[in-house]
Design a protein around this ligand. Sequence first.
Ligand code: UDP
Ligand code: MG
Length: 152
Amino acid sequence: MASVKERTYIMVKPDGVQRNLVGEIIGRFEKRGFKLTALKLVHASPEHLEKHYADLAGKPFFPGLIKYMASGPVVAMVWEGLDAVKTGRVMLGATNPLQSPVGSIRGDFALAVGRNICHGSDSVENAEKEIKLWFPEGTIQYSLAQESMIYE
Ligand code: UDP
Ligand code: MG
């Protein structure tokens, strides 16, 4: 199944790390059936974060966003599996946590758009760009023992 190879870049933001939600967020992706292929704790520089959010440069919230994202470590991850990008976004919820359904990560754990605890790539193309930016060393390839129980 070719689409099982789809990858997305998921990040627990500094507020998610400070609020001890790393295990919760990882657990949701694990339990859903996705495969973890890269993971690290990083205290990113403003320059690195400006590259990550380059599409938003010029927005009024941009300086505050960079400051928030550089305020502490983030957990950078790559998750792989069927429809990983779109499904990852559904699992995160809407950008504004108040518009995120209960059951989504933001809908369960956040209230403010500027403190929404997690990031997920919004397209396959952007996912590949983000994975290169955060993991220039590459990701790990391996097979999940339970794959035949997750995919038919
Ligand atoms: N953001 C913000 N105010 C806004 C819109 C966005 O602080 O009015 C922040 C928020 O943390 C969001 C991030 O900027 O997650 C990136 O915005 P984007 O539109 O890409 O939302 P996302 O893809 O994270 O849902
Ligand atoms: Mg985005």
